[in-house]
Design a protein around this ligand. Structure first.
Ligand SMILES: *Cc1c(COP(=O)(O)O)cnc(C)c1O
Length: 394
């Protein structure tokens, strides 16, 4: 069996043609494909505005800047996420706080967040960054209600969940990143994500003021729009009005993104099929815990779509299973090492046992191969190896 990674991109001849076409055009950095990708991506997730940026981390940084995170900001996120979800607050000098996870779903536990908020005077915290971890949509309506009580903004880290949705209390489907309950949402186009462009990211929002600000911050804080300038010296004139960055996404990569986006629903469906096959294979195994119990998803299948960026199982002897699978050419992965245990965050004062549920989850979690081009044969091989390992342990 050839090596089976936990995730990988799927590039077609159409994708390649789309990139080659832009290479032959007049634009290598921001050209017409950027606006086209933004428009199509916004439509896909159901948001009003989208801003394409260099990568998901840049997207988070710009969100924090647009929301004016500074030394006085205190922001709560989950310890079970990629470090960038928390780092964006640090880039702007703010303080990161964590709240523990719900062990059944792996998501930030809203009750733990509520307890944190209640333990301090109003105004102490400034924002929340929930993550649609593994592709399971966070109940953003509940987070919005809580955030409104305390005057907080919300950045939805939707990197794992393009195409996912939950149903709110009015019965409306709310797609991840649609900007209805969160102020801003971010996506990544890293090769293991649903839409792969190598590097790339997107911010979505329904807020016109934040949108304008993001556009400015993406390109050095420079405007060329005479209506917005303090002076105008002639055709060459432009003004740097804010301390911005170069976080542009180039035309050739947005062209790849547009082409990939046409297959997003197809890819999502493949992910669902793969998840179903894993669910069936593992549901009767006592010593394999499915992170998102099949019942949870199935009972509410009309109510939510899990985007399955990851398929996580939890087992005793996780390290042994990880090593064993590698000897079989299966490259499972661990998502995530709790962010608060990273040395950088320990140096800020976080310690082991601060978030025991996240730490217990980390000890047992393993992400199995999950990507649209995974074949049935490959998946059966993975399942067989996992089962033979756990049975040898029982
Ligand atoms: C991938 C990812 C990011 C960062 O995206 P990059 O494009 O790699 O910078 C942030 N948050 C989560 C949850 C991610 O999975």
């Amino acid at each position: 069996m050839k090596p089976i990674p936990y995730g990988r991109q799927h590039i077609t001849q159409e994708d390649i043609n789309a990139v080659v076409e832009t290479l032959q055009s007049d634009f290598l950095t921001q050209g017409p494909k950027v606006a086209e990708f933004e428009e199509k991506f916004a439509a896909y997730v159901g948001a009003k505005y989208a801003v394409a940026v260099a990568n998901g981390t840049a997207a988070l940084h710009l969100c924090a800047l647009a929301l004016e995170v500074n030394e006085n900001s205190r922001v709560i996120t989950t310890p079970i996420t990629f470090a960038a979800s928390a780092n964006c607050v640090r880039y702007c000098g703010g303080e990161v706080e964590f709240a523990d996870i719900d062990p059944e779903t792996g998501l930030l536990d809203i009750e733990k967040v509520r307890q944190k908020l209640e333990s301090q005077p109003k105004g102490y915290y400034t924002g929340l960054i929930p993550v649609d971890f593994a592709g399971m949509p966070v109940n953003l309506e509940a987070f919005r209600n809580l955030a409104d009580e305390y005057g907080l903004w919300i950045i939805e880290d939707a990197c794992h969940a393009p195409g996912g949705y939950f149903t709110d209390s009015n019965g409306n489907k709310q797609k991840c990143g649609n900007g209805v309950y969160a102020d801003l949402a971010i996506f990544s186009f890293h090769p293991v994500k649903h839409i792969a462009t190598g590097e790339g990211g997107m911010i979505t929002t329904n807020d016109p003021a934040l949108y304008e600000k993001l556009l400015l911050l993406r390109t050095h804080g420079i405007t060329r729009d005479p209506a917005k300038m303090r002076e105008n010296h002639g055709g060459w004139y432009m003004e740097m009005q804010e301390l911005g960055y170069n976080y542009r996404m180039p035309d050739m990569l947005t062209a790849l993104g547009i082409s990939q986006l046409t297959r997003a629903d197809e890819g999502l469906q493949r992910r669902q099929e793969i998840a179903e096959r894993y669910d069936l294979a593992f549901k009767n195994l006592e010593n394999v815990k499915i992170l998102n119990p099949a019942a949870y998803v199935q009972n509410s299948s009309a109510n939510q779509i899990h985007a399955y960026h990851l398929y996580v199982i939890q087992v005793e002897n996780r390290k042994e299973l990880y090593d064993y699978l590698r000897t079989k050419n299966i490259f499972a992965q661990v998502h995530y090492i709790p962010v608060h245990l990273m040395p950088y965050y320990q140096d800020l004062g976080f310690r082991k046992d601060d978030f025991p549920l996240a730490e217990a989850y980390y000890e047992m979690c393993l992400s199995l191969p999950m990507y649209p081009s995974l074949t049935v044969e490959e998946q059966e091989y993975v399942i067989e190896k996992v089962i033979s390992f756990v049975q040898s342990k029982s």
